[in-house]
Design a protein around this ligand. Structure first.
Ligand SMILES: Cc1cc2nc3c(=O)[nH]c(=O)nc-3n(C[C@H](O)[C@H](O)[C@H](O)COP(=O)(O)OP(=O)(O)OC[C@H]3O[C@@H](n4cnc5c(N)ncnc54)[C@H](O)[C@@H]3O)c2cc1C
Length: 469
C-alpha cells in the first residue's frame, strides 16, 4: 500500500507529492495529459522552434513562493531570468508607468503627485515581506502567523476593495498600473480584498521580481517532477482518473483537480455545490518576426506588459467579463514577451509573444480582432510582425486542462468570500468529507497562480494524518 497518491501534475499536485516524498512517504502521481505541468507547460504551438507557454508565463508568485524557495529546483534545471524591468504599463501617448525592482524608480514613474503615496503604501510591508508572504499564503490555519502584527496591518490595507486603495492616487499612471495588478485575478475592482491582490503583486516585484523561467514555464514542472523521481516518487502520465477505483490502494489521496471533478470521482454528491466558477480568458500565442514595436521604450525592456489605457477602461473590461456576461470592446490585456531575456524561446531574430484578455465563462466568440486593435494603440505595426497565432478561448482552455471549468483559469471565481475561503467556508479547506481524501488545487487557499502553496499546505494536512494513523 502506498502512503499517498496524488491526482494531477499541476504545480500544486507536484509540490504536494514532493513535500510528502521528501518526508519519507511513498508517493505515486497520476496525470491525465501526456506531460506534467498543468498550468505550467511549454509547447511548440505555432511554428517549429517557437516555444510557447499555453498557460502561465510570468512568475512573481513562483519566485516568491516559500514552498518553491525551500526546494532545490535550481539543481533540477530551473533558472529564473529577470528583465531590466519586471513590468511596464504603457499609455497611448507613448509614455509608461513601470513596476521596477526599485520602489524609487516605480514611484518616480507615477509622477510627483503620486510618488509619495506609493512609497507610503508599500514601504511598511517590504522589510517584512518574507514573513508576510509566508503568513498570507498559509491562511487560514496551516501555520501560526510568524508576524501577526504585519499580517493584521496588511489586512487593514488589503481587505477593503481596491477602489478604496486607488483613491490614494491622484493621477492615471498609478491608478491604471495598480488596477491592472488587481485584474490579474479577474475580479471587479470593487470586490472584497482586491486591494491585497494588487499589493501582493507590487511587493513581489520589489522583493524578487517577476521573472520567466529559462526555456519556459515547463522548466518549473520538470524540475519538480525530476526532484520527485529522485526522492523515489513515481509519475504516471496519460492516466485520467475517473473513479477512486482507478487508483492503487493508498493511505491518502490528494486531488489537484477542481472541486466539481473531485466530487464526481470520489462520490461526494453536492458537497461543493455552492462553489462558483468565474470568468475566462481569451488567449493568443504569437510567433513574431521580431520584438513587439511598443512605442514606450520601457515596454520594450519589460517581460510583462499590461495593456489598458486607464483605471476606467480596465474596470469596464473587468465588469463586462465578470458581471455583464459579454466580451469587452477594449479588453484589458496581460502580455508577456519572454524573448526580452530568453533567447531559447524562438529562432534568432524572432520572438514568442503571449497575450490574453478577459471574457465571460464559457464565451464562444473570437476576441482576436479586439485584442489586436488594442495592441495597435500601444504598439503600432504589431500586426505586421505576426507570423502565426495559436488562439484559445474558454472551450479550448477547458479541453487543455479539466481544472479550467468553462475556461476559468483560476479554477473557481476569485471574488467575494471565495477569494479567501475556498472551496468552502472552512478552517480546513484541504480536507474533504472522506478523512483519507484531500484537495490541493488552486481551488484551495491561497488560490490561483504557480506557487505550489496550495500543494504545500495540503501536504501538511496529509502528513499530519499519515503520522496519526
Ligand atoms: C492562460 C493562462 C495564463 C496564466 N498565467 C499565469 C501566470 O503568468 N503566472 C501564474 O502564476 N499563473 C498563471 N496562470 C494560472 C496558473 O497556471 C494556475 O493557477 C496553476 O497552474 C494552478 O495550479 P494547480 O496545480 O492548482 O492546477 P493545474 O496547473 O491546473 O493542474 C491540474 C492538473 O491536474 C490534471 N488533472 C485534472 N483532472 C484530472 C484527472 N481526473 N485525472 C488526472 N489528472 C487530472 C490536469 O491535466 C492538470 O495537469 C495562468 C493560467 C492560464 C490558463
Amino acid at each position: 500500500m502506498l502512503d499517498a497518491v496524488v491526482v494531477g501534475a499541476g504545480p500544486n499536485g507536484l509540490t504536494a507529492a514532493v513535500e510528502l516524498a521528501r518526508r519519507g512517504f511513498s508517493v505515486a502521481l497520476f496525470e491525465a495529459k501526456s506531460t506534467v505541468g498543468g498550468g505550467a507547460r511549454t509547447e511548440e504551438l505555432t511554428l517549429p522552434g517557437f516555444r510557447h507557454d499555453p498557460c502561465s508565463a510570468a512568475h512573481p508568485l513562483g519566485v516568491n513562493s516559500p514552498a518553491f524557495r525551500a526546494l532545490p529546483l535550481e539543481r533540477y534545471g530551473l533558472q529564473w531570468l529577470h528583465a531590466g524591468l519586471p513590468m511596464a504599463h504603457p499609455f497611448p501617448d507613448g509614455t509608461a508607468a513601470v513596476l521596477s525592482r526599485s520602489v524609487a524608480e516605480t514611484a518616480a514613474s507615477f509622477g510627483p503627485r503620486d510618488a509619495g503615496a506609493y512609497r507610503r503604501l508599500v514601504g511598511p510591508f517590504l522589510p517584512h515581506w518574507d514573513t508576510l508572504v509566508r503568513d498570507f499564503m498559509s491562511l487560514p490555519l496551516t501555520a501560526l502567523p510568524r508576524d501577526p502584527v504585519t499580517l493584521a496591518r496588511f489586512g487593514l490595507a488589503g481587505l477593503p476593495p481596491s477602489t478604496w486603495l486607488l483613491r490614494r492616487f491622484k493621477d492615471e499612471r498609478a491608478k491604471a498600473l495598480f488596477a491592472g495588478l488587481v485584474a490579474h485575478v479577474i475580479a471587479p475592482l470593487n470586490g472584497l480584498a482586491t486591494g491585497a491582490i494588487g499589493l501582493v503583486f507590487a511587493l513581489a516585484a520589489h522583493a524578487r521580481g517577476w521573472p520567466v523561467p529559462r526555456g519556459g514555464s515547463q522548466a518549473i514542472s520538470d524540475a519538480l517532477a525530476a526532484y520527485l523521481k529522485d526522492l523515489g516518487g513515481a509519475v504516471h502520465t496519460d492516466y485520467e482518473v475517473k473513479r477512486l477505483d482507478d487508483l492503487p490502494p493508498a493511505r491518502a489521496y490528494v486531488f489537484d483537480t477542481s472541486p466539481t471533478a473531485l466530487a464526481r470521482i470520489a462520490g461526494f454528491g453536492d458537497h461543493y455545490r455552492g462553489y462558483r466558477y468565474g470568468p475566462s480568458v481569451f488567449k493568443i500565442d504569437y510567433a513574431l518576426d521580431g520584438p513587439v514595436p511598443w512605442t514606450a521604450p520601457e515596454a520594450r525592456a519589460a517581460t510583462t506588459v499590461q495593456v489598458g489605457a486607464s483605471q476606467a477602461e480596465i474596470s469596464t473590461a473587468l465588469r463586462a467579463a465578470s458581471r455583464e456576461g459579454r466580451a469587452p470592446g477594449r479588453p484589458f490585456m496581460i502580455t508577456v514577451q519572454p524573448g526580452v531575456v530568453d533567447p531559447t524561446r524562438a529562432p534568432e531574430g524572432k520572438q514568442v509573444f503571449w497575450a490574453y484578455g478577459h471574457v465571460p465563462n464559457g464565451w464562444s466568440g473570437d476576441l482576436t480582432d479586439a485584442m489586436e486593435r488594442q495592441l495597435e494603440r500601444f504598439a503600432p505595426g504589431f500586426r505586421d510582425r505576426v507570423l502565426a497565432r495559436a488562439v484559445s478561448g474558454p472551450a479550448e482552455l477547458a479541453a487543455h486542462n479539466a481544472n479550467y471549468v468553462g475556461g476559468d483559469i483560476a479554477c473557481g471565481a476569485a471574488s467575494g468570500l471565495q477569494l479567501l475561503l475556498r472551496p468552502r467556508l472552512s478552517l480546513f479547506p484541504y480536507h474533504t468529507p472522506h478523512p483519507a481524501v484531500f484537495i490541493c488545487s488552486s481551488a484551495t487557499p491561497p488560490g490561483p497562480g504557480v506557487h505550489g502553496m496550495s500543494g504545500h499546505n495540503a501536504a501538511k494536512a496529509v502528513w499530519r494524518r499519515l503520522r496519526q494513523t
